[in-house]
Design a protein around this ligand. Sequence first.
Ligand code: UDX
Length: 434
Amino acid sequence: MRIVMVGSGYVGLVSGACFADFGHEVVCVDKAEDKIEALKNGVIPIFEPGLDQLVENNVEAGRLSFTTELAGPVSEADVVFIAVGTPSRRGDGHADLGYVHAAAAEIAAAVKGFTVVVTKSTVPVGTGDEVERIIRETNPGADVAVVSNPEFLREGAAIEDFKRPDRIVVGLSDERARAVMTEVYRPLYLNQSPLLFTSRRTSELIKYAANAFLAMKITFINEVADLCEKVGADVQDVSRGIGLDGRIGSKFLHAGPGYGGSCFPKDTLALAKTAQDYDSPVRLIETTIAINDNRKRAMGRKVIAAAGGDVRGKKIAVFGLTFKPNTDDMRDSPSIAIVQALKDSGAIVSGYDPEGMENARQMMEIDFATSPYKAAEGADVAVLVTEWNAFRALDLNRLKSVMNSPVLVDLRNVYRAAEVEAHGFAYHGVGKAV
Ligand code: UDX
């Protein structure tokens, strides 16, 4: 299959590289000339484990290429994926579909012969209809089928998620498009990944419903964690105890500082707005959003309490700045609100992150250190915000020796209290009896 991927951001680049690895001929298009130039030179603009190798292999094999020119590749394509950004619209939380609509118009002007146009970007219900309308208006003679095919990959595990998905969701009504999409995903289908065909609107909603449910699941366990602290229970045992119930499942039950990232905050908000527009509010999700927003700030207060209630002039070391490990992505990371709360209360903040410091510099003014131990020099409290492997086996003796006072706030429950306390630290986890 000849595939064009419009948008070479996270989803576009990973999907494009994986499709090429399946044996398809893939052209990734992006308007950002510097990005395309970098990709042509083998420089990957994002940090994603394994992606550089996958891109290199497939470029070498002649199956993957990059360009800023959309028209040529689209005119020869069997399938064109739209994987451009859908940020939250300033002010109202709705998804901003400007890039999707612009891509649709450009694709319409360039298509030749039967072409399947697929939205992979996370888009609100009805966007497929709009894309189809734009294409028909721009090029009334175009022979296209518009399909929805949301992507469920997680940052940091994107290639594995793409190649071994729990399911592939495809929303369409055109039989020719169904045959093309089956071919596109044949290698996964042979791997027995379920291919679920639905209507386009259903497919669009599945993506939002999945992300909202996961955000709600995390938020649920975060509230239970707060309750655990009050009643003297342990949230990790509660998670295990409920997660072993097959109806609940053990995944996404890790209590922490609140969810962040490029998807959950944006998609929950967009779903809530869409639901309000249709006069069918999703109150659980509205509440989830509010609880999660509050939680990030509350984590700042938790750190301040661990420091004795007053952090004026005290130094706080933050371990991990990205919203999760194995990414350099800082979008909506809990660290942003936590650092802000600490600074607002007069603390001096230092931080270290294995991959995220370049992006973090755009978002916060703190002392960036070259290691967790450097960050902790003279600190009154160390806060573990992101569970990078680099923080899982810290040399606690060394850490204690460089700190002003040995206090560890572990917002990911990476450590066991007894182990840390045995090294002379005061330890504060999340959802642990205090
Ligand atoms: C998410 C979805 O998982 C993915 O299917 C979708 O395509 C995009 O959004 P991603 O944002 O990359 O992926 O990361 P994910 O691993 O889902 O984590 C999201 C946030 O939830 C992170 O801040 C993470 O720390 C937090 N989280 C996750 C928890 O706090 N507890 C958990 O148990 C799981």
